[in-house]
Design a protein. Structure first.
Ligand code: 26Q
Length: 840
């Protein structure tokens, strides 16, 4: 025992005197060799690059550790307010390159690896993407964490450690095939298990009333099936500032009861089956980016995240402040990334009342002062709803609390609008009907002090449309926080050529002050600067062309216009409109209308939800159209088309820098924000887009002459719906008629009769919600302008430069400052710096 005490004291405070880990090339080489031989037990005979990768991760991890601890100490010592970002998805992609960059070790690691006969890029490329997200919402969470660490804000990400991330997409015979993504197969050297912070999460059972110490009837949740939540921590380094924040991911594990009770009763297989069902919870990410209705396992996942994370925060609170919760709301805020973690509202009420003895009023005061909700969708059908019946069996105590919240809420609505029963049923947290449902967005709004959308238009439409009743009741809750992307990953890391040019031109420092990119604006008139800009883009296009050749077997000429649309496949994102334009270009070639032609390479990529029939059929169409065009000797010198399989974060790191034309062509009023649009802009692509989501703000920043605008506005879209007549549009547009003729004639499906009939139907249906035919003509005209401009290399380059120069607003550093100034109010807390040699 004494021994243990002694070791403990040695392990804690005195360690602050340990000298900082050296960052010079020789130390890096020596530490690499030590880890490779001693920690991993390999020698020069080992041929697998995997162990070299692991050794490199270990030397970076060692260098992060002390800063990680000091960051935590600084937050604790200041007893500062902290934010918990609750999200079912963190699409972090690869970590190695980002860690090297943020630690400021790019040069020295490159040299050290050179000494050892290796290349950083090669090892970085061997890392498996952490695909713990579907798309925009998950990637946004990852960019947020990068910026919070860079701004030295005390923010912890809470999520789920899925064993299987986003599926790997193969294209077989032009169709999507899904393969499981077992990303943890070779372990994850970036994570640290923290079983000492395990939490217990309840499911099932029932509510029972008992007499508490004061002889009052009090509820408790009994006869539950419990699951353990084990945290795994991933370090989130700030940009060269010694701060290392935490992403805490929960893994589900069975409790010991599973091994004992039934096992002893001789029911061994039953016992193991129960164990499996507990561990199922964190097995797989749902690959749907709009809600998957009614799946019990999904609700289990959501509650598991909410409960484990809140218990984690509360137990730390009790550990330092005891049972006094009076200052809790002043020290904590929970940001809900969409409604997915919104069980947290009722769960915080339950924990405060049932576990910590607070009364309803005080618990509600705390809940409504700590919860903030971000919405990411304008599609009414994507608003999450769960059957009351499912809540009753899975989370009965939570349902009690939701009913009570609803009763009090509806009383407030009645006081404000006496007798307005229509409004009561519209606003109720419970949708009545044969299958009553809990409306998760309404639950989140009713308990949050802040409700935000993710782009200016989106936030306005939420207030005017989807949530207008709530906006009338609580106008001050509603606000906008336009999305962003982290310039460290999306410019510095992914575009080293442009980074070097920018460094040489305006000096370093713009990476953390992205508005400084405006300093290059005067150079649009400098011919030699433009030439360098063009050369950088060309080199990036060669890199992208290589990816396309390797993955698709299609040869892109880097001198051609690279026209790219990568994002989830969704009807509202209108990949179909893109294909119709491609078919139109092909038709022009076949009719010989090729005067002043601009050579073009069209790249489309993205995953379809496995159960989304139309999205999958659109992939098939793109593949078939590509096959016909690329094999046609008339067409292929002028036009190439490729569908890139398995679009991912690491693919985007190559795609964005190599793109000329960024396709952002959703039906206006449907895309909440978009973030790919920002990555492209930052890398000097010009957008062809509708007035939707953040496109509007991109155009405002860059100026309308540097953006190819087309299509109906959100208001015009709503107006047109009543009288939409695609047949008339087709009859009046010869080009569109010819395109649809080609499509329906079977030209792209000779041996697969009828497979594109559903697509023809969708386009010609007066009820088409996405109005594809309505925007065809103006899209084609905008594409013509883009093509013409591309032939003027100097002018195109000027506009490309302006796009990068005016992308400063779309840094998540700006977004996070806004969240902090207007919602969170956290202090900036730097760790003690003398222990760390990462330059500030
Ligand atoms: C919900 C319930 C059950 C199963 C799945 C889901 C689910 C999962 C993921 C619902 C939605 C998502 C993801 C949504 C998403 O990525 N939205 C995008 O968020 C971006 C960041 O704000 C925006 O830029 C995009 O406009 C928006 O589409």
């Amino acid at each position: 025992m004494d021994n243990v005490q002694l070791k403990r004291s040695l392990l804690t405070d005195t360690l602050t005197d340990i000298p900082p880990m050296e960052m010079d090339v020789l130390s890096l080489v020596n530490d690499f060799r030590r880890n490779y031989t001693h920690t991993l037990g390999r020698d020069r005979h080992c041929r697998s690059a995997h162990y070299a990768y692991q050794a490199l991760v270990l030397i970076l991890r060692e260098r992060l550790m002390e800063c990680w601890k000091q960051t935590r100490y600084a937050y604790e010592k200041n007893d500062c307010k902290t934010a918990s970002y609750l999200s079912m998805e963190f699409l972090i992609g690869r970590t190695l390159g980002n860690a090297v960059l943020n630690l400021g070790l790019q040069e020295n690691i490159t040299l050290a690896l050179q000494c050892l006969g290796m290349e950083l890029e090669e090892l970085a490329d061997s890392e498996h993407d952490a695909g713990l997200g579907n798309g925009g919402l998950g990637r946004l969470a990852a960019c947020f964490l990068d910026s919070c660490a860079t701004l030295q804000l005390p923010v912890t990400g809470y999520g789920i450690r899925y064993d299987y991330g986003m599926f790997r997409q193969l294209i077989v015979n032009g169709e999507q095939v899904e393969e499981p993504d077992h990303w943890l197969r070779n372990g994850n050297p970036w994570e640290i298990a923290r079983p000492e912070y395990t939490q217990r999460v309840h499911f099932g059972g029932r509510t029972e009333y008992y007499r508490d110490k004061t002889d009052r009837l009090a509820p408790r949740w009994v006869d539950t099936n419990d699951v353990l939540a084990i945290p795994y921590d991933i370090p989130i380094p700030g940009y060269r500032n010694c701060t290392v924040n935490t992403l805490r991911l929960w893994k589900a594990a069975a409790t010991d009861e599973f091994d004992l009770g039934e096992f002893n009763a001789g029911l061994y297989p039953e016992s193991v089956a129960a164990k499996n069902s507990a561990e199922q919870i964190t097995m797989v990410l749902y690959p749907n980016d709009s809600s998957e209705n009614g799946k019990e396992l999904r609700l289990r996942q959501q509650y598991f995240l909410a409960s484990a994370s809140l218990q984690d925060v509360l137990s730390r609170w009790v550990g330092t402040h005891g049972s006094d919760f009076s200052r809790f709301a002043g020290k904590n805020v929970f940001q809900l990334n969409d409604t997915h973690p919104s069980c947290a509202v009722a769960e915080l009420m339950r924990l405060l009342m049932d576990e910590h003895g607070l009364g309803w009023e005080q618990a509600w005061e705390i809940t409504t002062a700590t919860m903030a909700y971000t919405n990411h969708t304008l599609l009414p059908e994507a608003l999450e709803k769960w059957p009351v019946r499912l809540f009753r069996t899975l989370l009965p105590r939570l349902l009690d609390i939701i009913f009570e919240i609803n009763a009090r809420f509806l009383a407030e609505v009645s006081r404000r609008w006496p007798g307005d029963t229509g409004r009561l049923s519209r606003m109720s947290l419970i949708e009545e009907g044969p299958e009553p449902m809990v409306r998760m967005a309404y639950l989140a709004i009713s308990a949050s002090f802040s409700v935000n959308g993710v782009a200016a238009l989106h936030s306005r439409l939420l207030a005017e449309g989807l949530f207008s009743d709530f906006f009338e009741l609580w106008p001050n809750k509603f606000n906008n926080k336009t999305n962003g992307v982290t310039p460290r990953r999306w410019l510095v890391w992914s575009n080293p050529g442009l980074t070097q040019l920018l460094d040489e031109t305006i000096g370093a420092g713009w990476e953390v002050d992205l508005d400084r990119l405006r300093e290059i604006l005067p150079l649009t008139e400098d011919g030699s600067f433009r030439e360098r800009w063009y050369r950088v883009k060309l080199a990036n296009k060669e890199r992208l062309a290589k990816l396309v050749a390797d993955e698709c077997g299609v040869v892109f000429d880097p001198r051609a216009l690279f026209d790219v649309q990568v994002k989830r496949i969704h009807e509202y994102k209108r990949q179909l409109l893109n294909v119709l334009h491609v078919i139109h270009l092909y038709d022009r070639i076949k009719r010989g209308d090729t005067g002043d032609w601009t050579q073009r390479c069209v790249l489309i990529g993205g995953k379809a939800a496995p159960g989304y029939f139309m999205a999958k059929r659109i992939i098939k169409l793109i593949s078939n159209v590509a096959a016909v065009i690329n094999a046609d000797p008339d067409a292929s010198p002028l036009l190439k088309v490729a569908f890139l399989p398995n679009y991912s974060v690491s693919a985007m790191e190559i795609i964005a820098p190599g793109t000329d034309l960024s396709e952002q062509i959703s039906t206006a009023g449907k895309e909440a924000s978009g973030t790919g649009n920002m990555k492209f802009m930052m890398n000097g692509a010009i957008t062809i887009g509708t007035l939707d989501g953040a496109n509007i703000e991109i155009r405002d920043e860059v100026g309308d002459e540097n953006f190819f605008l087309f299509g109906l506005s959100a208001e015009q879209v709503e107006e047109l719906r009543h009288s939409y007549d695609p047949a008339a549009i087709i009859a009046n547009d010869e080009d569109l008629a010819r395109v649809l003729q080609l499509l329906s004639s079977g030209h792209f499906n000779h041996f697969e009769p009828g497979i594109f009939d559903p697509i023809m139907h969708a386009i010609t249906n007066p009820g088409d919600p996405w109005l594809v035919a309505a925007d065809f003509r103006s899209y084609v005209e905008a594409q013509k302008q883009a093509a013409a401009l591309f032939r003027d290399r100097e002018e195109w380059t000027r506009r490309s430069i302006r796009n990068t120069a005016r992308s400063g607003f779309f840094s998540t550093d700006r977004t996070m400052r806004e969240y902090n100034d207007q919602i969170w109010h956290l202090p900036q807390v730097p760790p003690k710096v003398n222990i760390c040699s990462i330059s500030g």
